[in-house]
Ligand binder design. Structure first.
Ligand SMILES: NC(=O)c1ccc[n+]([C@@H]2O[C@H](COP(=O)([O-])OP(=O)(O)OC[C@H]3O[C@@H](n4cnc5c(N)ncnc54)[C@H](O)[C@@H]3O)[C@@H](O)[C@H]2O)c1
Length: 325
């Protein structure tokens, strides 16, 4: 199989690249390096089955050219910062929706028939059914969620028009090696500045689910290998939920900080557009035989250790889509 991975130099994309190469597949990474890091894929530079293209998904001509001979596209390139759509109302539509339409156009022109797409639990918004199943309606509370929901509907239509098959993955937050943005990153960045106090957005009772990256990659390939529909839509998440205060305690404990005072911004959400409870129903995924190998706390601890052992990651990533809190 020859795969093109948009966003293949990013946190999740680079793990997909590792797995494809382990399976014996050929891989083209197509990435504009806006938030991706060469460090995450440089171990493959000498592999003849690997190629890196510095390209933007908004450049349709280039994308179309690089998609020649591809069997499957893993589309991960995105503006992956949920919060900033509140400030910039166009970025999610440009990067996440228009970017996806370009990917679909390039697939159509090249006759590529399979797409795996990284969607999000944010498409459900503040769901009233917890755990939230795949057939819960789209009710996004962020433009990031709206753009991903819209992209899913475009993918569905292209599948219908051009006989494509789609694997849509609605992710909770991922953690693990090469993690570069999100709660653990925010907390460790703050603690580095002031080890005596951690300021938490919201009241700390927000509850979230976290998926360890290698478990998530296992889930993606389980679905691709076993699911048989035209549109294969799967929630990807852990079955546990943890509140933000407990997450903070796990991270502080693993990082070895002592006597940290927790302070709270207040309000029942971390930011405008945040969702207070995120727990997805993963029965459909489990029915294919997938099981998470790491629990939520272990995932948070691994991520904490990874960031502490790789301070360069925080430095390189800061300034490029860095958390604004
Ligand atoms: N990390 C999570 O917890 C999470 C949760 C839900 C959904 N997702 C989705 O998973 C995907 C991967 O997320 P991630 O956490 O690995 O993010 P990331 O920022 O680490 O990776 C995104 C990659 O896409 C590249 N990119 C961005 N815009 C591009 C463009 N216009 N053209 C080409 N390349 C571009 C970046 O350089 C980067 O390598 C995203 O689509 C994101 O929305 C992630």
């Amino acid at each position: 199989m020859k795969a093109l991975v948009t966003g293949g130099a990013g946190f999740i994309g680079s793990h997909i690249v590792d797995r494809l190469l382990e399976r014996g597949d050929e891989v083209v990474v197509y990435d504009n390096m806006s938030t991706g890091l060469e460090d995450f894929i440089s171990q493959h530079f000498k592999n003849h089955r690997f190629k890196l293209i510095h390209g933007d998904i908004l450049d349709l001509e280039r994308l179309t050219k690089e998609m020649t001979g591809i069997d499957i596209v893993f589309h991960l390139a995105a503006h992956a910062d949920v919060r900033s759509g509140f400030i910039d109302h166009k970025i999610d539509i440009e990067q996440n929706l228009m970017g996806t339409i370009n990917v679909l156009e390039a697939m159509k022109i090249n006759g590529v028939k399979k797409i795996a797409f990284s969607s999000t639990s944010s498409v459900y918004g503040d769901a009233t059914i917890i755990p939230t199943p795949e057939n819960y309606p789209f009710f996004p509370t962020s433009l990031y969620g709206s753009s991903k929901a819209s992209a899913e509907t475009y993918i569905a239509t292209f599948c219908e028009y051009y006989d494509m098959t789609a694997y849509i993955f609605r992710f909770v937050s991922w953690v693990g090696e090469r993690y570069t943005h999100g709660l653990v990153f925010d907390f460790l960045s703050k603690l580095e500045k002031d080890p005596t106090c951690l300021h938490i957005l919201g009241d700390g009772t927000q509850k979230k689910s976290y998926l360890y990256v290698r478990d998530g990659v296992d889930a993606i390939f389980t679905v691709i290998d076993k699911a048989k529909e035209k549109m294969n839509i799967y929630n990807l998440g852990n079955d546990e939920i943890i509140d933000v205060t407990d997450s903070a305690k796990v991270i502080i404990g693993e990082a070895g900080y002592k006597n940290v005072r927790l302070t709270y911004e207040g309000g029942d959400k971390g930011w405008i557009g945040d969702n207070k409870y995120v727990l997805l129903d993963t029965k459909k995924l489990h029915s294919l035989g997938w099981k998470a190998g790491k629990d939520t706390r272990e995932g948070l601890r691994i991520t904490t250790r990874y960031l502490l052992n790789n301070p360069g990651v925080i430095k390189k990533r800061n300034g490029r889509l860095a958390p604004k809190s």
